[in-house]
Write a protein that binds this ligand. Structure first.
Ligand SMILES: [Zn+2]
Length: 377
């Protein structure tokens, strides 16, 4: 397979060379997009392939070459009845390092291998850093990960355990700033909120949801949103399937943000939302996402919504998820908390899909503290 993709700037439309290493447009500093030209996948071939992200390899801009994988993707979609509503949970927390970020990390690290990177650099609130650390080690490339010092302790420990070199910074913003300003000549900055290849990995979630649901799109998809990689990835995946003729509509995307960190909510509804800052949703404490315009487009074009949830609502969501056997981190519970908050306004014949993004195993002590109640008979 030869090169069949293009890299271009979303702001000014400039086309960039295929070996482009810089994380944003050289001309206008805008975010980049990768597109497969003449996307063509033979649907009949799919059932013969293993159920993981590489099942949709024609849609991934690596020309079919897989140099490192940990078996990412292929996560279960389970159906539950919740107060007369039919809810599908996509268990993204069952990915190799416990979060949906493994999909993006896999593609971005494969890209780093192609670019012959000597070292991989990333900034993260924890999950992306864990994923990048693991995939970099699997690819035998050293990694340096900038993480805010108040990130959950086990996430920081896991980054080290997987072999990444960790640098703790004052907060999430300084993690990103320092990662960029301290870049060395042979470093490859993944910067998952900028990296267009990362999004190409995330978009395979959309392909899986549709295939697992017998090629029928659900009516609504509810997801947590910080930097918006999941939102943008899903939207891109659905749009591609629309072009392929595999689906005839895109589900409404409902983005959930944590109170105090609601830039998308404020942009969509054009109002300030200065509420008490969430302490629990550590993975989506983002105030200035670089791809905000794309996030707005995904919500508007799918006729979607943005919902903000409080820490109290997150704890309720966490507890209820545990009662149905699902152990996720507080950030991931936001999507279910939003469903609980809005369920009166959802018809019971609507198909709802909730993406559970990150495992509770990394924060088990915090979760036990937050949710423990008396033994129930
Ligand atoms: Zn540009």
């Amino acid at each position: 397979m030869k090169n069949n993709y293009e890299i271009k700037c979303l702001n000014c439309g400039k086309h960039l060379p295929l070996n482009y290493k810089y994380w944003k447009c050289i001309k206008c500093n805008g975010p980049l997009e990768v597109n497969i030209q003449k996307l063509n996948i033979d649907k009949n071939k799919l059932s013969k392939r293993a159920f993981n992200l590489w099942r949709y390899r024609e849609a991934i801009p690596l020309n079919g070459k897989i140099r490192v994988t940990l078996g990412e993707g292929g996560t279960p979609l389970i159906e539950k009845e919740i107060e007369k509503h039919k809810v599908y949970f996509k268990l993204e927390y069952l990915n190799p390092t416990g979060s949906f970020k493994d999909r993006g990390a896999s593609i971005a690290v494969n890209r780093a291998i192609l670019l012959k990177a000597k070292r991989i650099v990333e900034d993260s609130s924890g999950n992306a850093g864990t994923a990048i650390s693991a995939y970099s080690s699997a690819a035998r490339i050293p990694s340096k990960i900038y993480v805010p010092k108040n990130a959950p302790k086990n996430k920081k420990n896991l980054i080290k355990a997987f072999g990444g070199y960790i640098i703790e910074t004052k907060n999430r913003e300084t993690a990103a700033k320092r990662a960029i300003s301290e870049l060395g000549e042979d470093d490859y900055y993944i910067g998952h909120s900028w990296n267009p290849f990362f999004i190409e990995g995330i978009k395979t979630t959309a392909y899986e949801i549709i295939e697992q649901n017998n090629w029928q799109p659900p009516d609504k998809i509810i997801i947590p949103v910080g930097n918006g990689t999941l939102l943008i990835g899903l939207f891109k995946g659905f749009k591609e399937m629309l072009t392929l003729g595999w689906i005839n509509k895109i589900p409404k995307i409902i983005a959930v943000q944590a109170e105090g960190y609601t830039p998308l909510y404020e942009a969509i509804y054009n109002k300030k939302n200065k509420k008490k800052k969430s302490k629990l949703a550590d993975a989506i404490k983002i105030t200035n996402p670089p791809r905000l315009n794309q996030m707005i487009k995904a919500i508007k074009e799918t006729n979607g919504e943005v919902i903000a949830v409080t820490d109290e609502e997150i704890i309720t969501g966490l507890r209820k998820l545990l009662k149905i056997g699902l152990l996720v981190e507080p950030t991931s519970a936001t999507a279910f908390s939003a469903f609980l908050k809005m369920k009166e306004n959802i018809d019971t014949d609507e198909k709802i899909c909730i993406i559970l993004t990150g495992s509770g195993m990394k924060m088990i002590n915090e979760i036990i503290k937050l949710t423990t109640v008396k033994n129930e008979k």
